[in-house]
Design a protein around this ligand. Sequence first.
Ligand code: PRX
Length: 646
Amino acid sequence: MHEISTHPVPEAYRDNTLLTDQQYQQMYRASIDTPEQFWAEQAEKFLTWKQPWSKVVEEDFNQGHVAWFVDGKINVSENCIDRHLPERANDIAVIWEGDDPKNSKKITYQQLHDEVCQLANGLKARGVKKGDRVCIYMPMIVESAYAMLACARIGAIHSVVFGGFSPDALKDRIENAECSVLITADEGVRGGKAVPLKVNADIAARQCPSLHTVVTVRHTGAAVDMSSDIDIYYHDLCGEQSSICPAESMDAEDPLFILYTSGSTGKPKGVLHTTAGYLLGAAISHKYIFDYRPGEIYWCTADVGWITGHSYIIYGPLANGATTLMFEGVPTYPDASRCWQVIDKHQVNIFYTAPTALRALMAQGDSFLANSSRQSLRLLGTVGEPINPEAWEWYHQEVGQGRCPIVDTWWQTETGSVLISPLPGATPLKPGSATRPFFGANPVLLDAEGNELEGAVAGNLAFKGSWPSQIRSVYGDHQRCIDTYYSIYPGYYTTGDGARRDEDGYYWITGRVDDVLNVSGHRMGTAEIESALVLQDAVAEAAVVGYPHDVKGQGIYCYVTLMTGYEWSEQLMLELRSAVGLEIGAIARPDIIQYAPGLPKTRSGKIMRRILRKIAADELDTLGDTSTLADPGVVNELIENRVVAN
Ligand code: PRX
């Protein structure tokens, strides 16, 4: 174990930062004590409105009701593009770096405007109107940014589905949101390998009668089936269209997008975000947490299929007129120096990535850092999971040469933007801690009964009061929104995370307290993986838990019982593993599947996951009480046959 040392704000930031500690303290207090005034000021400062609001905020957590800037009119695409044109039409909005290091391009704000308008007009020509749902299943290419912004421009609600998801997962999401259009590409490319997006899209589309149009970007040029009536190439859709498209006047509370995320039960939920509050949260956090200065090059390595890609590749940076880098590839291709090469090539100043990527790169050794200078870097960030102090120190010392602060940003799909994070010029850093709350975030730690705990203590992380980019609903099932986030501890927004607060008021996220896994920074419901397993003929019952994994943070450990007539074998194990990958997507492929003659259950038939987690983690001495099990004997069998990882 590393000893955790505090890193003071670097000299270079002390008198050259957007916010000093004192300014942070003042603004933070104002955001909590007088939120209406604070957010009205920020909404004026960060956003350009078509019509002012009549009321800053409405909130009723018991009903899961949140509304910001009521009656205000605004358009997100205009805020991310048009309003920058008078001053920076020729500035670079997006730098695209291909999977192949030979491919890159730069898109100015003017080009972004023209491309987005053409696509918006193309979508309108196909009958897409305000409120319609458009699914985006794309690789990391500039057209995915155009697609999101084109939807925002005409008031269509986008639902981006990560390009690594399977046809089935795509189908479920299209169906749930009743999308009328799907935008995809012939293929994606990652690490030199093609991803057959159009093939997957076709399998899904055949089962989705709500779709009237499938738009395909010709990216690799691979031959794809375009024979269906609903097929059209992107360049055919946009080619003849005007590069002027008036931006729809949207209500502040009109939906902007749906993004599916896993919970502890059932199918993924469509988290619904609306227009003005979301954009304000993304913009203000991007500016202050990344201390963004005009002209700087900012790179977030996420995929647009996740919330991080939405808020911190597209909406936050573009709202601030920044230059945002979009990377198609993976950090280890052609080799583990790729990120550092890209940083030098494009002179990246701010770099934001996930701890899992850092652990993977760290494991490859420091020699991959040797052929890059990384002198342009000024600030580093992490997101998605707790960062272990070893990886933090490596990031800080080796990648950032001891010069760059690290912002460890805690947030969720549902929070829309970062709620807990250091500010580089204000916050002394402690490796592994997301440190202090951002503006408008009022974190509390609750005990099991929902009592607020004071002082240095651990508990369930929840938030009091609303913030502008908060989830508005679960698409098509508002009750599920209430049940998931507001019913467990009435009066609070519940995160599902556990956290500890230290004597300095810093927050340390300890991980999920529910049946949700965090695998390589991706959120995954154990229930989804279990359903994928029991769909297989051989499987009678499945129980899935997480276990500590050196690179992924958590690995996926499955216990399965078999139907009569099936025998356990290595072959069957491999088949089940790939079946889950096919059912959900490669990110859900189990690391370990153990045959279980029986599962530990209470007398009422509930699987005792606590015990399964302990066995998976090989923590047998803290197994706890097994006497309440219906058949305590199964535990010994599971222990004997356990697979010890790492
Ligand atoms: O458990 C927390 C973890 O990721 C969860 C949210 O996942 P998702 O909605 O997919 O969004 C990921 C990107 C924002 C949280 O409930 N998490 C996220 N950031 C951190 C984190 N855990 C610890 N430290 C973080 N910085």
